[in-house]
Design a protein around this ligand. Structure first.
Ligand code: NIG
Ligand code: FE
Length: 417
């Protein structure tokens, strides 16, 4: 049977068990089974348990068998915040940033996101598919089996739709599962300079209804930031998106403390992301409203900003997710090892919390904790096998991926060996 695999003898089967996000102290519990086994049939997890017990019930000869002796097995990672479909690069801007020019200064000089908008407009759909495919392949090699992808490098009808259609196509042809987000309000395009309200109305009236009607995006996001979109503009846009059936996300309190965290709580958004400047009240409100707080440490690192207060968020009952934010500007990396290094060494998150943040809580950030993010019966057969016997090697081998094999929907899709 296609997509049927039996993995046995795992020194640690790190299940991350659960069908809901984990908040606060619960983030530390990985639900590990020693000498564990998993059975996947037809792409779906059929059984999870001790190897001895599983082999009594399931006939090895009926499956492709992987012996994970002396290796740890985990759920595939869920990268719940990326902008992986874009044309053109901004290496020049990166070197300016190294010299000390700030991200916002580059934006105010007419660079930044609108620069990538030009590159994305120029690129054909086929070119974007080829680029996207390469980026997904790289993510897969780090153990990512599901990814969220945003539009937002179009800022006009044709290009926003093109970006979303590229992801729709990639979802069909690539093993990775892609969950899509409409981020039409990512920046104010040049032709709307000084007319932000009108641009918001354009997005609401002209673009969003078609995105919803064609079912091109499950989520709607907005860059809620000083000099980009205000709290009021963000609220207006998100409420319209909700009316059209989209779930809500926000780029919130990244550079300036604007109150995006409070807005996310008020709107019961699925997630609020970045949060470098989130206030104490905003953090507590998000914990109460069960908004996933998605932290993107590689972006803070790349922008040379202070990291988000992950420790404080967990201690105050938030469900924290970690994601890459892969994009051509603020954070051109899809490196999962880098995220682990930063989260554990600089954000005072434990290894266990970081793993929860990239598995079950990442799944929750795309509203999919019921089908991905843990090794549980009934979920997709997405698992990774490490080169080492313990999950503790993940941050320990700094900046290097310890993922040996990636199984997506019961199929071996990456093998280092
Ligand atoms: O998540 N903050 C806004 N958007 C992206 C950056 C996009 C870009 O610079 O191209 C982010 O960091
Ligand atoms: Fe982002």
């Amino acid at each position: 049977m296609k997509g049927s695999i039996l993995i046995k003898n795992a020194s640690e089967l790190v299940t991350c068990h659960g069908y809901e996000p984990k908040a606060g102290k619960d983030m530390s519990d990985l639900h590990i089974i020693k000498n564990g086994a998993v059975v996947i049939e037809d792409g779906i997890i059929k059984a999870v348990g001790k190897t001895d017990d599983i082999l009594k019930e399931y006939d090895e000869n009926k499956y492709t068998v992987i012996d994970a002796y002396n290796k740890a097995v985990l759920p595939g990672f869920v990268d719940s915040h990326t902008h992986f479909v874009f044309g053109g690069y901004r290496a020049e801007e990166f070197s300016w940033r190294i010299e000390g020019v700030s991200y916002m200064d580059i934006m105010n000089r007419g660079g930044g996101i609108v620069n990538s908008v030009e590159g994305t407009k120029k690129a054909t759909k086929q070119e974007l598919i080829e680029l996207g495919k390469k980026r997904l392949d790289s993510m897969l090699s780090f153990g990512v089996t599901s990814v969220e992808g945003k539009s937002g490098y179009g800022l006009d009808f044709d290009t926003e739709i093109k970006q979303l259609e590229v992801m729709e196509e990639l979802n069909k042809i690539h093993p990775m599962d892609i969950y899509t987000t409409f981020l039409g309000a990512h920046a104010v395009p040049k032709n709307y300079k000084g007319r932000t309200d009108e641009f918001i109305d354009y997005i609401i009236e002209e673009v969003m209804p078609v995105v919803a009607e064609k079912k091109l995006a499950e989520f709607c996001d907005v860059f809620c930031e000083k000099n980009v979109f205000s709290i009021e503009q963000s609220r207006k846009l998100l409420l319209e998106a909700r009316k059209l059936g989209m779930k809500l996300k926000l780029h919130a309190d990244e550079i300036v403390q604007l109150g995006g965290s409070e807005l996310a709580a008020e709107l019961n958004a699925i997630s609020a992301d970045h949060l470098l400047q989130a206030s104490d009240e905003g953090i507590k409100a998000m914990a109460k409203a069960k908004v996933i707080t998605t932290l993107l440490p590689a972006t803070a690192f790349s922008l040379k900003e202070d990291f988000a207060r992950g420790r404080y968020m967990i201690d105050n009952g938030c469900a924290v997710a970690l994601a890459s934010d892969l994009n051509p500007g603020s954070c051109f990396t899809e490196s999962i090892p880098l995220i682990f290094a930063l989260a554990t060494l600089y954000m005072n998150m434990s290894v266990e919390e970081a793993i929860t943040a990239l598995t079950i809580n990442g799944a929750a950030a795309v509203d999919k904790a019921d089908i991905i993010g843990s090794i549980d019966v009934g979920k997709k057969g997405d698992v990774i096998i490490l080169e080492h016997p313990s999950y503790k090697f993940i941050p320990y081998h700094i900046g290097v991926s310890v993922v040996e094999k990636v199984i997506k929907g019961g199929m071996l899709v990456f093998d280092k060996a």
